[in-house]
Design a binder for this molecule. Sequence first.
Ligand code: GBH
Length: 467
Amino acid sequence: TAPLLSRGRVEFPDGFIWGAATASYQIEGAVNEDGRGRSIWDTFSATPGKVARGDTGEVACDHYHRYVDDVRLMRELGLRAYRFSVAWPRIQPDGSGTPNPRGLDFYDRLVDELLRHDITPYVTLYHWDLPQALEDRGGWTSRETAHRFADYAEIVYARLGDRVRSWTTLNEPWVSAFLGYGNGVHAPGRSDPADALRAAHHLLLAHGLGVRALRAAGARELMLVINSSPVLTPAQVIDPDATPSAADAEAVELIHALLNRQFLDPVLRGSYPPEVLKVVERHCGLAHIADDDLGTINAPIDLVGVNYYNPCTVEAGPGTPADPAWPGSEGVRFRTPDVPATAMGWPIVPTGLSRLLLRLSRDYPGVGLLVTENGAAFDDTVTDGRVHDADRIAYLDGHLRALHAAIAAGADVRGYLAWSLLDNFEWAEGYHRRFGLVYVDYTTQARIPKDSALWYRDVIIRNGLTR
Ligand code: GBH
């Protein structure tokens, strides 16, 4: 079998895309400016006990006011691509109807600034900040929200489509559905398996209706971004050649279906996996799935965006109740493998990325892949104006070697976007988890490129790794 990590000097293909990513609520701040409406994350983070230390996105990295400096910084770091998201409540404060011109103006200026610096914009339309007004009418448990999303997509495209080539409908619909409506760890903080499963379908429908609207308006590169993990047994994390028992293999394939296939099969094959349909039918029936929905969801796209942080590690666990984030996972035990972890407690497994990319390219041939997020939180500290984050450099180096090995073994991977440009509001974890290539001092809003940022600049210049 092909190696899962490339060693020594490695070079990436010509035209390989190098960049970094962020998301609106995590960096912008300015939540009450220029007519922005409220989002579910404003409500959620204002609710005591929901976000660590009571942090909110009210100020965040103040990027809304500092985007000019931030784009200059991107340029200094040599980024060729920048993935950001548009805050729906800036565009439609109540989630529907007439657009707010001042909200559109901000992204218009941002795109121009990026292009002036030769940085290719990758626009994500939905990275979790749903207008609160739509949540008040059912949020993603309501079919209506999918139609509102398509209207919103069309509005943003009409303003930016002349300059932005690459469009992502949704970021990580699994997280929106199962952390937002399943275990309630994310906004809107609801927890009901039936709601989560309905939300997953309506998110997929939003994607499909969005693709239809964007394509009709002339969009050329369309993408769905998923949080994707290879699903492995603890033994396979340590030894890729380990062979799971039949019971463990069944647990693995069930979780692979719930995490990855639940989204990729409808989008790329036009059908739900039978295991997923069984879970949906048991929890909420199938009435919310209309006859032609899968045809809509199956509209051709150009790329799948892969966000990878760590593998999902499971084994058979007879009698284990379902985890609230995983309706249908009865009899499966989630495990933490015995390997070093990041400050989030997430295991560091670079070969998970090559395994994932190889499986996706085998199972879904004909669609290009782009790593749209990869990175790690560590306990960074500033010493003499520097951040010596050797642990992050090692993490990124390992994952780029995995990505390179996947390409060498035939996977069609077009580029790599690091998560994240800046330290930022890490959702339920607030500001104390730092994923940035650039350190943010939240008292002064000073930006300090970490050693990893300077290392990454060299990687981009060389289009590869040395050693
Ligand atoms: C991404 O999601 C987000 O797109 C980004 O905004 C965020 O800042 C970044 O990653 C770092 O967190 O064990 O069942 O609870 C993270 C994807 C998916 C990772 C769910 C943690 C836990 C699954 N997450 N996963 S479970």
